[in-house]
Ligand binder design. Structure first.
Ligand code: FRU
Length: 606
């Protein structure tokens, strides 16, 4: 257990606890002895002299949030919200003290009973154990080493590295204390974790945003600076800038922050792009239930140009995390602009989802080209599962690629999913393009080709006919729950092409293509652990825009299933929490028969 490992860790500092007025209690229960001073009214202070690298804080997720102020030499240096263990310890989180070596650090806790067990279980340590021991930790999807993650942020490519920043709580596995976490990768699949990039300050927590490479030094921060834009979430939401001159390893916050303000309360998630035809930078901001467009020559002074949203698409909740990209239309020389609008709640199956609009953009105004003529229910969803949110793309990606990544969860239950040391992971990276079907233009998501580098040896099945049912046992010999399936179906006369992925515990995911309704569905009602939230059990469905044939490309990674249909014409991402990997598949047909003309499984691993 992580906790036992922490207990063994050698601490070298002294932590003092003072109890009730002048009564001094030295708590010898842990190594080293430490003391707390309780101040009444559920407030207490702790002083640490000559600290170790970390103060390790025991967390209980059901405990109330307490507020902690960290004070050095009488000045507040940081504050955070923490659920200090009251009755039991779920896991530990580290507070990094390395910046204060040789100094005396005081912690002032608010809103924690003097009787909380956590007071006796704080640790000082030079190490923090991040080894993964969790059943549901993904292998090839990015997840934080510890703590909470939501939206991907500031994704930018520079000097051979893909940067991924993300909404991060380093002090617990539930949403709070938003920082920008940071990781880099050369191939979008193998990630190196780096220290937190941007931490909260007097202007507020660090909410979502984007980053660009300022190749021509338009902002004056330096040539090729990475300039990051984020929402300072204080008592109001305003937009701020930070820049990095060392490839994202350190950021300096701009002294003129905030750079964009408004009187709208939900005003956030700046996405900045370069618009070459107008020679301007464009910022798109989510403002209530619309997107606002601003332009700038120097990344600091922004002029509002227009807004988009009224009467367009879904409005079941606030619009968040915009993106604006120009994509080629398959089979033509044309390009169209796509406005990505994440929405929460109001998704097609409840909670969060990513909608998009295809149209034109002239540097000032976005025009949606097909608001009223879509065949399937308005609006268009980029992914037809429940767990695909806050989708945004990499800035400056090589070879004109448009690579997106999403947070693989849903605000309906993101804080309750059954993991502990970490919570949430991202989708696989996906390359975006456009295709046309019956006069309408849609997004195509295809898993990025880099994922092929983690394939093990393929296991192929000869083609087989399904007339009623056909079972395949043992998909993989030693199934670790991380694999990829490729299947092609050619239809004779079936009305339903279906299959269940299942395990020996009777847990299953049922997928079926209903040819009468042109709908592909995934049912996770019996997929394993489902009762941690009433919103979790679900059937999700996607419209199929390609007739009788069906080709599926499926990625499974411990607790997620991502299905790409017909070369990415539809995508469906759903979390699942099986007690053991699904290692069997049972095909079924209704109303006729079909042939599985291709069937291939790859074990995946890094
Ligand atoms: C979307 C979102 C953003 C916000 C961030 C806060 O999931 O609500 O709008 O910036 O999360 O963590």
């Amino acid at each position: 257990m992580i906790i036992n490992t922490f207990r063994k860790q050698l601490a070298r500092a002294t932590l003092s606890i003072f109890c009730m007025g002048t009564v001094f209690i030295s708590c010898m229960a842990t190594n080293p002895p430490y003391t707390v001073k309780h101040l009444g009214d559920n407030q207490s202070i702790i002083r640490i002299e000559d600290a170790a690298k970390y103060l390790l804080i025991p967390i209980e997720e059901k405990a109330e949030e307490s507020w902690i102020k960290m004070v050095v030499n009488n000045q507040e240096v940081q504050s955070m919200h923490i659920r200090l263990a009251v009755n039991q310890i779920d896991y530990y989180v580290p507070v990094d003290l390395s910046a204060f070596t040789g100094k005396s650090v005081l912690f002032h806790f608010h809103n924690i009973a003097d009787s909380a067990m956590g007071w006796k279980e704080l640790k000082l340590s030079d190490t923090f154990d991040t080894a993964n021991r969790e059943h549901y930790r993904p292998v090839y999807h990015f997840s934080p080493q510890w703590g909470w993650m939501n939206d991907p942020n500031g994704m930018v490519y520079k000097d051979g590295e893909y940067h991924l920043f993300y909404q991060h709580n380093p002090y617990g596995s539930m949403w709070a204390n938003m920082h920008w976490g940071h990781a880099v990768s050369k191939d979008l699949v193998r990630w190196e974790h780096l220290p937190v990039a941007i931490a909260p300050d007097a202007l507020g927590a660090i909410f979502s945003g984007s980053a660009v490479v300022d190749k021509d030094n338009t902002a004056g921060f330096g040539k090729d600076a990475i300039v990051a834009f984020y929402t300072s979430a204080g008592s109001r939401q305003t937009q701020s800038i930070a820049y990095s001159l060392d490839n994202g390893r350190t950021f300096t916050k701009y002294e003129g922050n905030p750079v964009v303000t408004s009187d709208i309360p939900d005003f956030r998630d700046p996405k900045v792009i370069r618009h070459e035809p107008s020679g301007k930078w464009i910022m798109i901001l989510a403002a209530g239930q619309e997107m606002q467009f601003y332009s700038s020559s120097d990344l600091k002074d922004w002029k509002m140009e227009s807004s988009f949203g009224e009467g367009q698409g879904a409005h079941g909740g606030v619009w968040e995390c915009p993106d604006l990209i120009e994509l080629p239309v398959e089979g033509t020389n044309e390009k169209k602009w796509v406005l990505i609008c994440n929405l929460n709640p109001g998704g097609p199956f409840g909670g969060s989802a990513t909608q998009y609009f295809v149209g034109s953009f002239d540097g000032k105004r976005f025009v949606n080209e097909s608001p009223t003529t879509r065949r399937e229910p308005l609006p268009q969803w980029m992914d037809w599962g429940k767990d695909h949110y806050a989708t945004v793309t990499w800035s400056n990606a090589p070879d004109n690629r448009n690579i997106a990544i999403a947070w693989m969860s849903n605000w309906q239950y993101a804080n309750q999913v059954p993991t502990q040391q970490f919570r949430s992971s991202n989708s696989v990276p996906r390359d975006l393009s456009l295709y046309t079907f019956e006069g309408e233009t849609y997004i195509k998501n295809t898993p990025s080709k880099e994922l092929e580098s983690i394939r093990g040896k393929a296991i192929n099945q000869a083609s087989f006919k399904v007339d009623r049912t056909h079972n395949l046992d043992d998909l993989l010999k030693d199934n670790k729950g991380t694999y990829e399936l490729e299947m092609s179906f050619s239809n004779q006369d079936a009305e339903v092409i279906g299959f269940q992925l299942f395990n020996n515990k009777g847990e299953e995911v049922n997928c079926y293509y209903n040819l009468t309704e042109n709908k592909f569905s995934m049912d996770r009602n019996k997929s394993g652990l489902v009762d941690f939230s009433p919103e979790f059990p679900a059937v999700t469905s996607a419209p199929v825009t390609s007739g009788k044939e069906l080709k599926l490309h499926i990625f499974v990674d411990k607790a997620s299933i991502e299905i790409f249909g017909n070369d990415g014409r539809f995508a469906m991402t759903n979390l699942v929490f099986p007690s053991e990997p699904y290692n069997r598949i049972s095909f079924y047909s209704k109303g006729g028969s079909y042939t599985v003309s291709e069937f291939r499984v790859f074990p995946l691993g890094i």
